[in-house]
Write a protein that binds this ligand. Structure first.
Ligand code: C2E
Ligand code: CA
Ligand code: CA
Length: 628
């Protein structure tokens, strides 16, 4: 009897089902649909075999033909069900969920399916057998052919149309799956003795299982927990089907560098066990030392989080502690992209416990907006450098200026650095941005125009993040060489806080540049921790009094003494002083009396674009100099 292929197919489906059943898996929509498809495939194959047997029995041994007809009908109805599940499997993850047309398409596909099944049940069916050629025919079978073709084509079309929304692997697996079916149906149509369709559908399941639905792809090898892959699929699923969830994240921090690989493994395994013991919710390992648990219920998450924190106190022999990120309500993020951006950003938080709030999400959105603004400005060359002159008290001229970055929006308005420099430092964009600023400053110096009007030096701001450990000051050196700038014309402003955080790297970089002839200023003096050590032992030649420090002079006598004494000390250390934020004539006079060498402030000029700065210098140059 012609049932060998179907029996093989049954065996294949049986094997996949067993593997699928016994593997640890997440509750994902696709997974549920796949499970349904396997069951349909299995049932279909059984009725396939049964119908061949009964047709043979009816034709050759006079078995009741009515029963055979019913079985034949059930077989083709299940075949159509399989095609329908295939379409549902493809379209559920691809069609937009909130569009009216997609909802209509879904309803129509259900209606067509129901109608088709009823027709197949009611319309007449016949069957025939001659040797190995065994098949059913008639109106009922025709409906099955048409519907199967409709579903296969709809699945292929949906897959092709939404190609960009799925990984390449998925695209190929889907086409392969449907292609195998089409091919088998075509062959069976031409050679009716080859009953290939059942075999093809089980083979299609193998392709899907291996390529798309293999649960072991979602498992972290060492711990047996779910991995990042799995979390991504899970979170996407939750947002797609509007299922609110809560999440608890723990990150292990090793307190010393003496923690070796074995100790790390031990800590990881122990954490994994502790989290699994919390309950049935899925536990993920999303990084070497970061774990999370997803809950449906916010209260339960908070309870469990408290439990794990208690447990942690018992684990004392590994020098490690944890930081925790709690996300009580997933709906404060707009979707999976924002969710993962949030996770990524706040996992690095130094606080022990961070609780996701709308405020934090808003901050993230702002930061993201600024991040895009910076990228866009770099791409479209809208990074500008403004210059603010320093008044040289002794020489009574303007021979130095500070370069201050700006971003110009498309509408011409200006974004001040206070809005984007901190973000750039956090995101690392300060590296390309810093290079662009330096290029502009070098271009400006290269033109030589400012030189002609007496400008001796430009001061540029540099953040600690711009200094490199392995290749100190590489970008500065590259640019002064590329533009052939006299290094003596450049001065770099660093801040106390930057110097405090990364003192070694800072010093290493500074010394390389000082050797080349570049000088340094200490910026914002008087705001940070004004530890005398910083400026005494830092190779800086200029100290810049911060706006607030300068202004405190006018507040009371005490600060007046401190300031006067400070200027004195600095002079004894051979350093010059720049007073920032001079806005009035009185402030200027007081600072002058105190012996400050340079002054910077709106009283003289605001930071202005390059051409305005040149005009400023030209107007103030002594006429004798011009003649010379
Ligand atoms: P900063 O280095 O302390 O720069 C001095 C700031 O004081 C400038 O603000 C300047 O416009 C402002 N200022 C100057 N005179 C007066 C005054 O008389 N009164 C008042 N109220 N303010 C005055 P700006 O340009 O907005 O820059 C802000 C900060 O952004 C800078 O503070 C600096 O830390 C950072 N920054 C600016 N350009 C760069 C850059 O190219 N690279 C880096 N890493 N940071 C930069
Ligand atoms: Ca500065
Ligand atoms: Ca400053």
């Amino acid at each position: 009897m012609n049932i060998e292929l179907q029996c093989c197919a049954l065996f294949i489906i049986f094997s996949i089902s067993v593997m699928f059943m016994y593997e640890k898996k997440l509750d994902l929509m696709n997974r549920r649909l796949f499970q349904r498809a396997i069951i349909a495939c299995f049932a279909c194959l059984i009725f396939d075999v049964l119908s061949v047997i009964l047709i043979n029995l009816s034709v050759y041994s006079g078995f009741n033909p009515f029963i055979t007809e019913i079985v034949c009908k059930l077989y083709i109805m299940l075949l159509v069900l399989q095609g329908f599940f295939g379409y549902v499997y493809a379209s559920t993850s691809l069609l937009p969920r909130d569009r009216a047309w997609a909802k209509a398409a879904r309803t129509i596909s259900y209606l067509i399916f129901a109608l088709g099944e009823i027709l197949m049940l009611l319309l007449p069916i016949s069957f025939t057998a001659a040797g190995r050629v065994v098949y059913s025919y008639g109106p009922s079978t025709s409906v099955a052919y048409i519907l199967s073709a409709v579903y296969i084509l709809s699945t292929i079309i949906t897959t092709v149309v939404y190609k960009k929304d799925m990984p390449g692997r998925r695209f190929i697996a889907m086409l392969l799956w449907q292609g195998i079916w089409l091919l088998a149906a075509a062959i069976q149509f031409l050679r009716p003795e080859l009953l290939l369709v059942g075999f093809a559908s089980s083979f299609g399941m193998v392709v899907l299982y291996i390529q798309l639905e293999n649960p072991s792809e979602n498992i972290d090898g060492p711990t047996g927990l779910f991995n990042t892959n799995a979390l991504s699929a899970y979170v996407h699923d939750k947002y797609r089907f509007d299922r609110r969830f809560s999440m608890f994240t723990a990150k292990i921090h090793y307190l010393t560098t003496y923690v070796d690989y074995n100790m790390e493994q031990e800590a990881v395994m122990r954490t994994a066990r502790a989290l699994v013991n919390l309950g049935p919710e899925p536990v993920f390992r999303i990084d070497d030392d970061t774990f999370c648990v997803v809950y449906d219920d916010r209260e339960r998450m908070l309870e469990r989080a408290a439990d794990i924190k208690k447990q942690k106190d018992g684990v004392t022999d590994i020098p490690a502690n944890g930081t925790y990120l709690l996300i009580p309500d997933s709906t404060i993020m707009s979707g999976p992209d924002e969710f993962f951006r949030f996770l990524h950003t706040y996992l690095e938080n130094e606080q022990e416990i961070t609780v996701a709030s709308e405020e934090l999400v808003r901050r993230l959105r702002d930061q993201n907006r600024i991040k895009e603004l910076i990228d866009e400005a770099l791409r479209t060359d809208r990074v500008e450098v403004f210059y603010q002159p320093f008044y040289n008290v002794r020489e009574d001229c303007f021979d130095t200026a500070e370069a201050l970055v700006r971003i110009r929006r498309e509408d011409g308005s200006i974004v001040p650095p206070g809005e984007f420099i901190p973000v750039a430092e956090e995101t690392g964009q300060i590296i390309p941005l810093g290079i662009r600023i330096f290029e502009k400053v070098c271009e400006f110096l290269k033109k030589g125009e400012a030189d002609r009007y007496g400008l001796k030096q430009i001061e540029a701001n540099i953040s600690a993040a711009q200094f490199d450990y392995d290749n100190p000051a590489k970008f500065v050196i590259q640019l002064i060489e590329e533009y052939r700038i006299d290094p003596g014309k450049l001065n770099l402003e660093i801040t106390e806080t930057a110097a405090a955080r990364n003192r070694d790297i800072m010093l290493k970089n500074m010394n390389v540049l000082i050797e080349r002839g570049i000088t340094f200023s200490l910026d914002d003096f008087g705001t940070g921790r004004s530890n005398i050590d910083y400026f005494v032992n830092m190779p800086v030649t200029i100290i810049k009094f911060d706006y607030s420090f300068t202004h405190s002079f006018f507040e009371n006598d005490k600060t007046k003494f401190v300031l006067t004494g400070m200027v004195d000390i600095l002079h004894k250390l051979n350093m010059s002083v720049v007073a920032e934020g001079i806005e009035t004539e009185e402030q200027m006079r007081v600072m002058k009396d105190m012996g400050v060498e340079y002054m910077q402030g709106y009283y003289f000029s605001r930071p202005v674009p390059e051409d305005e700065f040149i005009t400023f210098l030209r107007q103030r140059i002594p006429t004798t100099d011009l003649q010379g």
